[in-house]
Design a protein around this ligand. Structure first.
Ligand SMILES: [Zn+2]
Length: 392
């Protein structure tokens, strides 16, 4: 690693830096051990595992950004806890009161919804995740130095709906930042969510709004119970003023780098162009990677770098380079950090901090099932008669 660092001779100008917002209090959330994300011990296993959403995955993201090839391009900023009044810009008062009560009650493995545990330390970590994401958005909105900010946060947020927790998420970090952008004068915000799961929480928060375009690329996991009633299908397209402003791109299992690039260039970029946003948010999960225990989409570092590069181009074209990146899932403890590093490298012009992929060696796939899926999504959108999607 020292050899790689020695190759960097000239530090980049401040405008080429990625501004990372972080606070180590977010490591205090501990969802326990068990069989994967259940916290259950069936009694016949000698070795249980940490909950997939554990502090180790994030510690490695912090360390790869501190000591990896990208480190000269990073400016670090300290996050801070959100205020309760901040939370109410996205969440209902009843829901926030319930979380505060659950935290006060204490206890271990306090199950909020399937797979989602509020333990001592979880609520303070959740407040930090929300506040740190708001700080990152504020930094971009202030427009002083740097237009790309990365909110390195946990617990994740994109499944948290205005009135309920879901899928390891308590507070919708990205949704709060989007609302802050709108309240600060942005006219239209586009959210591109590439976590392997449907960003149902963010979508539901803006489901009736034509000010926010939510686009989610995800695998076909469907509804997973009362906390996640949404299906993630293309026909969940928004309601009222928001009809046509939620775009679900449900990609086949094993889609891989080529399929994601195809979806980003042939559909997502067009959607962003038609929407013409003045702020862009990339919601990123490394659980779409080839080795993730929770996802089946087979992205490698190369695919993540390409997505980062496409998002940078979109930001340059539409939002004066302004791009907020928000951390969500990604559960392979080492490869997630590599994929995040690759994606951030993709957002810097010339991709100057290449890091070799340590484990992914896939031949180019010739299975183009994703093309059929994208083409049927386009056909559906044309049939909705929403002006935005005419002739897509
Ligand atoms: Zn996920």
């Amino acid at each position: 690693m020292a050899k790689v660092e020695a190759e960097f001779v000239s530090p980049p100008s401040i405008s080429d830096r990625i501004h990372v917002f972080w606070h180590d209090g977010m490591l205090d959330h501990n969802a326990g051990t068990g069989v994967f994300d259940t916290a259950e011990d069936p009694g016949f296993l000698d070795v249980l595992e940490k909950h997939p959403e554990n502090a180790d995955r994030i510690k490695n993201i912090v360390s790869i950004l501190r000591r990896g090839p990208l480190s000269p391009y990073i400016s670090w900023h300290s996050g801070q806890p959100a205020l309760i009044s901040d939370l109410l810009t996205f969440h209902t008062p009843d829901y926030i009161s319930k979380l505060i009560e659950a935290d006060k009650k204490g206890g271990n493995n306090n199950l909020i919804c399937p797979g989602t545990f509020l333990n001592p330390g979880s609520w303070s970590a959740a407040l930090l995740a929300a506040g740190t994401t708001l700080s990152a958005m504020k930094h971009i909105l202030d427009g002083q130095n740097g237009k790309i900010a990365y909110a390195l946060v946990r617990p994740p947020g994109h499944h948290a709906q205005p009135d309920r927790a879901d899928g390891y998420c308590f507070l919708n970090n990205a949704g709060l930042a989007v609302q802050l952008a709108l309240d600060s004068g942005c006219k239209r915000v586009a959210v591109i969510d590439i976590d392997v799961h449907y960003g149902n929480g963010t979508a539901s928060g803006f489901y009736k709004s034509d000010k926010v375009l939510t686009v989610s690329l995800h695998m076909n996991h469907g509804s997973w119970g009362p906390s996640h009633p949404q299906s993630g299908r293309v026909d969940e397209i928004g309601e009222g003023d928001g009809f046509g402003y939620n775009l679900n791109v449900m990609l086949p299992n094993g889609t891989g780098d080529n399929g994601y690039e195809f979806a980003m260039t042939s559909l997502v970029s067009n959607a962003v162009e038609r929407f013409d946003p003045d702020m862009l948010v990339l919601v990123v999960g490394q659980d779409a990677s080839a080795f993730d225990p929770n996802g089946r989409q087979c992205l490698t570092m190369k695919g993540y770098e390409t997505i980062g590069s496409i998002m940078r181009s979109l930001a340059d074209r539409f939002s004066e380079g302004r791009l907020l990146i928000v951390q969500e899932g990604g559960y392979h403890v080492t490869y997630s950090a590599y994929c995040l590093h690759a994606m951030l490298n993709g957002t810097i012009e010339g991709h100057p901090a290449e890091l070799a992929d340590p484990i992914a060696y896939y031949p180019d796939k010739d299975d183009n099932a994703y093309e059929e899926v994208i083409s049927s999504i386009k056909q559906y959108l044309r049939n909705t008669n929403v002006q935005l999607w005419k002739d897509i």
